[in-house]
Structure formats: structure tokens, C-alpha cells
Write a new protein. Structure first.
Length: 141
């Protein structure tokens, strides 16, 4: 007898310093949509964002002093988004002003990597047969 799957989704949950700046980044620049939100004091303090098959949650830290003294957010944390065409996203995001270092090939994938406003590393990756460590400028001439 087959048991239905119980665990179906893992959603990254980021504590952020400035919700407005984070929403500008994720919604306006990366194209995510707000699908749920919590506004107990008249502004968004928590939200669920969604784009295509990916979700993430943001919550603004209310105690800013505690947030600032806990050390850098995002250090050592990467979220890897598996994509059909990471290079298309590179062009989409840079056209909206996102600063991204040059894409490269790592582990047989194009890697488009950059930090969000709180230092969480976002990696958008897609499979390729281009040789390892090739930089975009070397491949696209």
C-alpha cells in the first residue's frame, strides 16, 4: 500500500532589516508576486512571495537593534533556484538594475549568483554542456 507524501514543500524564510527594500528587490526587480501578507500595524511585516514554481517568505525584524547586533544576515546561506535558462534571468534582472557578477559555469550549470539586500545569496542555475569555469564573456562572443 502506497502512503501519500506528507512533506511537499520547503520554503526559505528570511528575516529582513527593511521590508520595503526587500519587497522592492524581490517584487519589482526579480518578478515575485505577494500571495499572502500579514499587516498587523498597517504595513507588511510578513509575506509569502511566489514566482513560477518557487516560493519564499520574508519577515521584518521588529527589534532593529537586536537584528544589527546578531551579525551579518545571510552569511553562509545560499538558495539555489533550478531554472531552464538562468542566462535569460541574468538579462532580465540586470535590465532592472540588479548588480550581478558575470555568470559562470560550475557543476555543469550556468550560475547567476548575487546577494539580496540582507546578504542572502541567491543562485539561479541551469544545466549546460559548456566547459567548467567558463565565464559568460568567454562563451558569448
Amino acid at each position: 500500500m502506497s502512503t501519500p507524501s506528507n512533506i511537499r514543500l520547503a520554503v526559505p524564510f528570511f528575516m529582513v532589516r527593511d521590508m520595503e527594500a526587500s519587497l522592492n528587490f524581490y517584487v519589482d526587480k526579480l518578478g515575485f508576486k505577494i500571495t499572502n501578507q500579514w499587516t498587523p500595524r498597517g504595513k507588511i511585516e510578513w509575506c509569502w512571495l511566489h514566482r513560477e514554481a518557487v516560493s519564499l517568505m520574508l519577515q521584518e525584524q521588529l527589534d532593529k537593534e537586536k537584528f544589527d547586533h546578531e551579525g551579518p544576515k545571510g552569511k553562509g546561506i545560499s538558495i539555489c533556484f533550478q531554472c531552464v535558462d538562468a542566462l535569460a534571468l541574468y538579462h532580465e534582472f540586470t535590465a532592472k538594475g540588479v548588480e550581478i557578477k558575470e555568470p559562470f559555469v560550475g557543476n555543469n550549470m550556468w550560475v547567476v549568483a548575487f546577494p539580496d539586500p540582507d546578504g542572502y545569496r541567491l543562485d539561479f542555475e541551469s544545466p549546460t554542456d559548456v566547459p567548467e569555469e567558463t565565464k559568460y564573456s568567454e562563451w558569448f562572443k
